[in-house]
Design a protein around this ligand. Sequence first.
Ligand SMILES: Nc1ncnc2c1ncn2[C@@H]1O[C@H](COP(=O)(O)OP(=O)(O)O)[C@@H](O)[C@H]1O
Ligand SMILES: [Mg+2]
Length: 178
Amino acid sequence: MTHVPMTHVNASSTSVDQTADLARGLAELMRPGDLVVLTGGLGCGKTAFTQGLGAGLGVTDNITSPTFALVQSYGGRLDLHHLDVYRLENVNEALDLGLAELLDDDAVVAIEWGDTIAPVLPQEYLEVHIEIGSEGNHRELTLHGRGNRWQSRMRAVAAVVSNVCGDAAGRGDEQGGA
Ligand SMILES: Nc1ncnc2c1ncn2[C@@H]1O[C@H](COP(=O)(O)OP(=O)(O)O)[C@@H](O)[C@H]1O
Ligand SMILES: [Mg+2]
């Protein structure tokens, strides 16, 4: 079992604070140049997650939704570039935002609705998918490690999930369960 790569980890959150705490814990695993792609519908908690991530990266400024600015950069232990590409008409506009330079910087890049610009993203990133649960403040998160850069960290991701949310359900695609 230990040799089966863990591809994704499921986490249940029951409050916005728990989602932010989870992200804050995951920030400890972040390295310069890491990319976090946030997916899921409006109001699922992508910005809330990014706020926790920023807190964990040592950002002290208030992280707001970049929906209108498209890119916001914050200084921290590791700098954070926060993008929301919901309003982009096509992937080329992402390049016009200086995406390549942002990814090349020794910072962490978090992109809300990043799945919509997948063709211009690198192959290696942590995908955070959030689904709104049946009860008001419940969210189901799936943390998917894309590429070796993240697959190698998924057990550490699972440890953070179990610390913050309890009962981390780690999964390897090959075996359908862990
Ligand atoms: N468990 C939860 N995790 C994250 N957000 C939650 C949760 N429960 C309730 N919320 C609320 O959902 C909203 C999420 O908003 P936001 O983070 O801006 O979403 P998005 O960026 O995905 O559009 C906030 O109002 C937040 O308080
Ligand atoms: Mg948002």
